[in-house]
Design a protein around this ligand. Structure first.
Ligand code: ITT
Length: 192
């Protein structure tokens, strides 16, 4: 089965690729000739996830799935949340976003946080959503060079290392993305 993943983030593609069971293959947006941005104007992670799948479904009439991921920090009242990709501003890079979170958490000892991924699947008729959560905490400094995004400052529960200090296989033991994707796979298997 071929799955079209509506994302422009190559790190997400790499992670989903590592989770694909035998019999599944992944297409990217470049495979359907699309290299633009997809509007993310909703005010929830669920809403933005849906917008991405809707955009590709409506413009290309394709069966596809998308995902939106947010980092929710308890002491920051759930921020960055829906603004995770643009927390330090519209043009912010990962480093800017990480620096802002660390600055805001500078004097805070309650460091609980979670990653939430919401996958949206359009099967040609209806949309279905699948959620995966990874609980953990925010490190006091950025450590590690693997992974992407906020990985250098996120330590999953049960670990002392950040995601950026782990191999992809190790990150997948905890990953929000893997949990959401596994549910999606179960749904696909049950609805073949
Ligand atoms: P698409 O919308 O094209 O899928 P994106 O990078 O814009 O790609 P999001 O809108 O979902 O993705 O934004 C997610 C933000 O969270 C972005 O800053 C990522 O770097 C970060 N992020 C997502 N998954 C992550 C993970 O597993 N570990 C660390 N940071 C992650």
């Amino acid at each position: 089965m071929q799955l079209l993943f509506a994302t422009s983030n190559i790190n997400k593609v790499k992670e989903i690729q590592s989770l694909l069971p035998e019999g599944f293959s992944l297409l990217g947006l470049n495979d359907i000739g699309y290299n633009g941005d997809i509007p993310e104007t909703a005010d929830t992670i669920e809403g933005n996830s849906l917008l991405k799948a809707q955009f590709i479904a409506e413009n290309f009439n394709r069966i596809c799935f998308s995902e939106d991921t947010g980092l929710e920090v308890v002491a920051l009242n759930g921020r960055p949340g829906v603004r995770t990709a643009r927390y330090a501003g519209e043009q912010a890079c990962n480093q800017d976003n990480i620096s802002l979170v660390l600055k805001e958490m500078n004097t805070i000892t309650e460091r609980k946080a979670r990653f939430k991924t919401v996958i949206s699947f359009f099967d040609g008729k209806v949309f279905k959503q699948f959620e995966g959560v990874c609980n953990g905490c925010i490190a006091t400094e950025a450590i590690g060079i693997d992974g992407f995004g906020y990985d250098p400052i996120f330590i999953p529960d049960g670990e002392v290392r950040t995601f950026a200090e782990m191999t992809l296989t190790e990150k997948n033991k905890f990953s929000h993305r893997k949990k959401a994707f596994n549910q999606f796979l179960e749904y696909l298997k049950d609805n073949k």
